[in-house]
Design a protein around this ligand. Structure first.
Ligand SMILES: Cc1cc2nc3c(=O)[nH]c(=O)nc-3n(C[C@H](O)[C@H](O)[C@H](O)COP(=O)(O)OP(=O)(O)OC[C@H]3O[C@@H](n4cnc5c(N)ncnc54)[C@H](O)[C@@H]3O)c2cc1C
Ligand code: SF4
Length: 582
């Protein structure tokens, strides 16, 4: 029998970026928030002197324990899905602060085109341009409406940046100037400019100066130590939930965090969420946490799974295309190219997670797609995240994969090679979705989340077209040999690609085709808010967290309106642009 705890105003499932933002905003407004985090308590001291590649980058010290909970995966519905036993294609964070603690800090805004993608595509190219298999939809919010929340997230983090000449309107400049322009970044920008493109310095949550954010939290100046991705920052120089929103919430006295608390169900009664059921992972004891508002903030995959196991919302059915929970799961379509330089050396061992430059001439609808067999595109970038000693062996194509020649070429090219990347958009397919696995369960006997995903023709054509540009830029930079990798085979869950999973609990204007409204409030349960990249109706050609943060600020505002004004739906449902009665 579960023990029932004292009621709170808001309970969050997990305590990462999204929960931290909601906790900070609602506790400042005087509400009580309880954060239930399955992992351990963490402070900056836990990351002190932790520059150990083997322990953190290769043995995944800060990631979810896959022996207790994982996902199953298959490429299509005719295959049997099998559990992901080792971290691979993406890394799932755990402990206080979630993945926000070991992220790189590349903090982009999506393009105005992204939020109205269906309308703008039909307007410019006609309805037939969108393939039948692609449930592409507008998000129910415009870039202009979301802009103030982007600005708020950037100021909370102290983002160091330079305006993107092809990006959306900005109400203000970045709070800090961009990171240093190193030799490789300068060469990239010069080459891109020579080719007629519009490069800019990457927006970075690795701070370029000591900074006090609007909530009074101090973040330090980056030391370019090159241990951002997969590591916590022991200098306190990378904006993460532990140095920003969590202390803000704690200082109000209205935020309680309970560690080692794994939420297993959202509890509902008469169309309302009444709270959550959770297990103390140390004792195995079960508890009920009643709350006026439940905020599901446990990352894309956990968000979707928790709704499905709790039987909340209508599960997506790929046969009919109906239902919404699990719909429009998207990923990221990557391409890369490496240039080998005989007579140039670079300080590749130095860097920071978001030290880099990019251009958007092949992203969104910034180029004409009339004669192309794909939509959208991706960001083209160079990053100097730093090369660590173990897992870096760039060698030109044709080099043996082991032996003395491999060793000597690895040594030679360690600081004589540079890589560029295409970070391509991922548009939805009717056949890519998330549901519950009928066979495999977690440590509590609950079904694992099953992922059915493969790259589509759209992805392959886009990667081929946009990825070819990477080679042109490297040649212009003076590389002696260029190896381009822009052909996609089937999606493989084993090699690391990127932790940019999106969709599953998508937002929109029409409850028939979306799970949450533009405040991330569920259409079916007024007091249940589900936020994070699970709300993305497709994935753009950027890293997601700028948009995740903006949506979390809007969600926090929605929760406050809901509580202040006595409940109800915050947005009127629409079908084809017209209001409908719910
Ligand atoms: C290695 C790496 C590098 C990245 N780099 C970038 C980057 O440069 N730029 C960018 O934009 N994005 C980046 N990301 C992505 C970014 O980290 C995420 O977008 C962001 O952290 C998502 O925030 P969230 O609050 O939705 O989820 P999370 O940060 O994952 O937080 C969710 C929390 O919920 C907890 N939780 C989960 N399930 C339960 C449960 N059932 N009960 C209780 N608690 C639960 C988890 O333990 C976790 O603490 C990176 C991610 C990784 C892994
Ligand atoms: S590179 Fe900068 S932000 Fe990243 S871990 Fe080192 S000091 Fe921190």
């Amino acid at each position: 029998m579960a023990t029932e705890l004292e009621r709170v105003d808001i309970v969050t499932v997990g305590v990462g970026w999204t929960a931290g933002i909601i906790a900070a905003e609602l506790t400042k407004a005087g509400y009580t928030v309880k954060g239930l985090e399955r992992g351990e308590e963490k402070t900056l001291d836990d990351y002190f002197h932790q520059k150990d590649e083997l322990r953190y980058a290769l043995r995944y010290e800060m990631m979810q324990d896959l022996s207790k909970e994982t996902v199953t995966f298959r490429n299509n519905a005719d295959m049997t899905a099998l559990p992901m036993r080792r971290h691979g294609s993406f890394l799932l964070g755990t402990d206080l602060g979630g993945s926000g603690v070991h992220w790189n800090g590349q903090t982009y805004r999506f393009l105005p085109y992204d939020f109205e993608i269906r309308s703008l595509t039909e307007e410019r190219y006609g309805e037939d341009k969108i393939p039948d298999y692609m449930p592409l939809q507008d998000w129910g919010i415009t870039y202009e409406e979301l802009e103030p929340y982007y600005d708020q997230f950037e100021k909370t983090c102290g983002i160091a940046g330079e305006e993107n000449p092809l990006g959306g309107f900005r109400s203000d400049e970045y709070p800090l100037p961009p990171m240093v322009e190193t030799k490789m970044i300068r060469m990239f920008k010069e080459a891109a400019t020579n080719l007629g493109y519009d490069p800019f310095q990457m927006p970075s949550a690795n701070l370029t100066d000591s900074y006090e954010n609007p909530d009074g939290q101090r973040i330090n100046e980056c030391q370019y130590c090159a241990f951002c991705e997969r590591f916590g920052c022991d200098y306190g120089a990378k904006s993460d939930p532990i140095v920003t929103v969590i202390p803000t919430a704690k200082e109000t006295g209205n935020f309680e965090i309970r560690q080692n608390s794994n939420v297993t169900r959202i509890l509902t009664e008469n169309g309302e969420a009444t709270g959550v059921l959770f297990v103390d992972t140390k004792t195995g004891e079960e508890f009920i946490q009643p709350a006026d508002v439940v905020a599901v903030t446990s990352y894309v995959l956990n968000n979707t799974r928790l709704l499905l196991t709790s039987e909340v919302g209508r599960p997506y059915d790929p046969e009919t295309g109906e239902g919404v929970i699990g719909k429009n799961y998207c990923y990221q379509v990557m391409g890369s190219a490496t240039g080998f330089f005989e007579n140039e050396k670079f300080n590749t061992f130095m860097g920071a997670g978001a030290l880099g430059a990019a251009f958007d001439n092949f992203n969104g609808d910034n180029f004409d797609h009339s004669d192309l067999d794909f939509l959208h595109g991706g960001e083209i970038a160079i990053t100097q995240t730093g090369r660590r000693p173990i897992n870096n062996n760039p060698t030109p194509e044709g080099t043996p994969r082991w032996g003395s020649e491999f060793k000597s070429e690895s040594l030679k090219y360690f600081n004589r090679s540079l890589s560029l990347r295409l970070q391509g958009s991922s548009l939805p397919s009717r056949n890519n979705y998330l549901d519950l696995d009928p066979v495999y369960t977690d440590q509590y006997g609950d079904p694992l989340l099953r992922m059915t995903y493969n790259f589509t023709d759209q992805d392959r054509n886009m990667a081929e077209h946009c990825g070819a540009v990477l080679g042109d830029v490297l040649e212009e930079m003076g590389a002696d040999q260029v190896d381009v990798s822009n052909e996609l085979s089937d999606y493989d869950i084993v090699p690391y690609q990127t932790t940019h999973n999106t969709g599953g609990v998508i937002m929109g204007a029409d409850p028939e085709t979306s799970a949450v409204n533009s405040y991330n409030q569920m259409w079916d349960y007024d007091n249940l808010f589900v936020t994070g990249a699970s709300a993305f109706a497709h994935n753009s050609g950027y890293n997601p967290t700028g948009t995740v943060g903006a949506l979390a600020y809007r969600c926090a505002e929605g929760i406050q309106q809901f509580l202040d004004n006595g409940g109800g739906q915050l947005v009127e449902a629409k079908k084809n642009g017209r209001k409908i009665n719910m």
